[in-house]
Design a protein. Structure first.
Length: 213
């Protein structure tokens, strides 16, 4: 009887050790918690800053941060993702396009029209257009389709330029007065840091600002 108990104890101990080893392997196999802005964006964690604006079809533009001539709100090391939905009517006859704008035969037709000066000739007609802009320095990089920042359209999380910027949105339409409808644009920003230098405080959407006191 004592021998059987002794072997039973050995087997039980071995089973416990095996279980612990297996548990350790499972724990190590789990992906690490995302830490970099890009990892957090790709994993779709909660952004540090998010803003949703409405871009009406007959509105010249929209922006992140929102407002008239806003300050920079995106900084080197940050990562940006956009979610854009809705549709814009581009005339009084009901021709309507989503954020991708005209594609295929529609794109070829519109671009074949003579005498039309497209704001962004290299991009799809009537598409939503995004541009990095430094305040007060000016444009940074080339215009891009807004959907290039939206994973739902095959876009991706995108690293910010190497200088502070804001993100301005337009519609690639030479005449917006007869437009209707709207796009809803959500801009998510994953900060490289929310820690500010001495004498500054973290404001959220505008990053680090000088302390007023």
């Amino acid at each position: 009887m004592s021998i059987r108990i002794r072997w039973s104890g050995v087997l039980t101990g071995a089973a416990i050790l095996a279980s612990l080893a297996t548990g350790t392997e499972l724990a190590h196999a789990q992906p690490p918690f995302p830490t970099t802005p890009m990892e957090r964006c790709v994993r779709n964690t909660t952004p540090d800053v998010t803003q949703t604006v409405t871009h009406s079809g007959n509105q010249v533009g929209a922006s992140f941060p929102n407002g008239t001539n806003p300050p920079n709100g995106i900084f080197p090391g940050d990562v940006v993702k956009v979610i854009i939905t809705g549709a814009v009517r581009i005339d009084h006859w009901g021709n309507t396009y989503g954020p991708s704008g005209a594609t295929g035969g529609h794109e070829r037709y519109w671009k074949s029209l003579q005498g039309v000066r497209w704001p962004f000739p290299e991009l799809n007609a009537f598409s939503s257009v995004a541009r990095w802009n430094n305040n007060p320095g000016g444009w940074v990089g080339d215009p891009m389709r807004t959907i290039s920042l939206d994973p739902a359209f095959g876009g991706s999380c995108t690293s910010a330029p190497n200088i502070p910027v804001r993100l301005l949105y337009y519609i690639n339409d030479p005449g917006i007065s007869d437009n209707g409808g709207q796009w809803t644009i959500r801009t998510d920003v994953y900060r490289a840091t929310t820690t500010c230098a001495p004498g500054f405080f973290y404001s959220g959407i505008y990053g680090c600002l000088p302390r007023p006191w």
